[in-house]
Design a protein around this ligand. Structure first.
Ligand code: ADP
Ligand code: MG
Length: 343
C-alpha cells in the first residue's frame, strides 16, 4: 500500500498556500463583490460596501510575551485590523475578538489585554461587538475580525494601478523590524543576566514602532479631504517589496522605485547600523510598519506634494515583469521580496 502524498507547506509558502485555497473557492452570492486576494473582502450593501477582514496573532510566532506587554498586544491586534480597512480606503466600525488562552494566564493578564484592545477601539473609533473565548493548549491566540464600510465605488483595491501612476508611501519604513531586533537582543541579555536593566530608552522610537503600530486612518481622511482617490492601495505588513509585488501582480503592471526616496527615520537608520543591518534592506523587507502603500494618477501629484508624511518613491511601468530598484549609484537592480517566512 502506498502512502498518501504529503507535501510540505514550506514548498508553497504562505502566499502559495493562500493562492491554492483561493483557487478552490467559488463565490455563490452576488453580494460577495471581492473575495480572497485583497486587504479585506468587499460586500455589497446597497449604496455602500462592507469591508471584512481578519488577522490572527499567535504566541511564539507573532509575538513573545517576554517583551510584548499584553496591553500593547491588545492594541496592536486591533490596529493591524484597522490598517487593512484603511488599505481599502474604508472606515472601520466594529470588531469581534476571539481568544484562546492557556491556564498560564490570569484574570489580570486578560484584563491587561483588553485594556489595550479598548484603548485602540477608542483611538480608531471602533466598537467591540462580540467574540469567542476558548482554552488553548499552546499559549495565547488572539484573532480579531473587523468590519468597515465606505460608499460604493470609493473602495480601493490592489488591482487598480496603471502605467505612469506615482507610487506613494506614508510615514517611514523599517523601524518596526529594527525595533524587534532591539527587543530580541534585550531579551537575550536579560536571560543571560536578569539583573541587567533593559537598554530601551535610546531605542524608544523603533521599539514603539514594533510594540504600538498606528493604523493610518489619518491618511485615509486626509486623502478624502484633498480629493485624492488612490488608484491602488495596500498596507505594509510584510515589507515594502512584498507589498509592491502584490500591487504588480494584481494590477498587471511593473514597478520602478528609487532607493534614495525610501523614507527611513534617522534613529531607525542609526540603530540598524548599530545592529550591523542594512537600513534599506530593513525598509524594503522588514515588515510590520503598517504604513500605507498606494498609487495615484500623475494629475494628483500636486495635491500631495506638500504633505509632510507622504513620500513619492517611484512610478508604475507597463511591463509586470519589470520590478526594479534604482540605486543611489544609478544602478538598476531587480526588486526582491522576502516578506515574512512563517513556514
Ligand atoms: P493581509 O496581509 O492584508 O492581512 P494576507 O496576506 O493575510 O493579507 O491575506 C491575503 C488574502 O488572502 C486576504 O484576502 C485574506 O483574506 C486571504 N486569506 C488568507 N488566509 C486565508 C485562508 N486561510 N482562507 C481564505 N482566505 C485567506
Ligand atoms: Mg493588509
Amino acid at each position: 500500500m502506498s502512502n498518501p502524498p504529503r507535501t510540505a507547506i514550506s514548498s508553497l509558502g504562505e502566499f502559495g498556500l493562500i493562492d491554492r485555497i483561493a483557487s478552490s473557492v467559488n463565490l455563490q452570492n452576488t453580494s460577495s463583490l471581492k473575495g480572497i486576494g485583497d486587504d479585506a473582502a468587499v460586500i455589497d450593501a446597497g449604496d455602500e460596501v462592507i469591508l471584512l477582514s481578519t488577522d490572527m496573532m499567535v504566541e511564539g510566532i507573532h509575538f513573545d510575551l517576554a517583551y510584548m506587554p499584553l496591553q500593547h498586544l491588545g492594541y496592536k491586534s486591533v490596529a493591524i485590523n484597522v490598517s487593512d480597512i484603511a488599505a481599502m480606503n474604508g472606515k472601520p466600525e466594529q470588531i469581534i475578538v476571539a481568544i484562546g488562552i492557556s491556564n498560564r494566564f490570569s484574570v489580570e493578564a486578560i484584563d491587561a489585554l483588553f485594556e489595550g484592545i479598548r484603548a485602540a477601539c477608542a483611538d480608531f473609533k471602533v466598537d467591540l461587538v462580540g467574540g469567542d473565548t476558548t482554552a488553548s493548549a499552546s499559549g495565547l491566540i488572539l484573532n480579531i475580525s473587523i468590519l468597515g464600510r465606505t460608499k460604493k465605488g470609493n473602495e480601493v483595491y490592489r488591482s487598480g494601478a496603471r502605467d505612469k501612476d506615482v507610487i506613494c508611501v506614508t510615514g517611514d519604513l523599517g523601524a518596526a523590524y529594527i525595533g524587534l531586533q532591539v527587543l530580541q537582543r534585550e531579551k537575550e541579555v536579560y536571560l543571560a543576566n536578569p539583573d541587567m536593566q533593559p537598554e530601551l530608552d535610546k531605542h524608544e522610537y523603533v521599539v514603539g514602532r514594533q510594540l504600538k503600530p498606528k493604523a493610518r486612518m489619518d491618511i485615509v481622511h486626509e486623502l478624502a479631504e484633498l480629493g485624492v482617490k488612490p488608484t491602488s492601495m495596500i498596507d505594509i505588513s510584510d515589507g515594502l517589496a512584498s507589498e509592491l509585488f502584490h500591487i504588480s501582480k494584481n494590477s498587471g503592471v511593473g514597478i520602478r522605485i528609487f532607493e534614495d526616496k525610501i523614507p527611513i527615520d534617522e534613529s531607525a537608520f542609526n540603530t540598524a547600523v548599530e545592529f550591523k543591518l542594512d537600513p534599506f534592506t530593513c525598509a524594503l523587507n522588514g515588515g510590520e510598519d503598517y504604513e500605507l502603500l498606494f498609487t495615484i494618477r500623475q494629475e494628483d501629484v500636486e495635491k500631495l506634494k506638500k504633505h509632510h508624511d507622504i513620500q513619492f518613491i517611484g512610478y508604475i511601468s507597463p511591463d509586470p515583469k519589470e520590478k526594479v530598484l534604482v540605486m543611489k549609484s544609478g544602478n538598476v537592480v531587480p526588486l526582491k521580496a522576502q516578506g515574512w517566512v512563517h513556514f
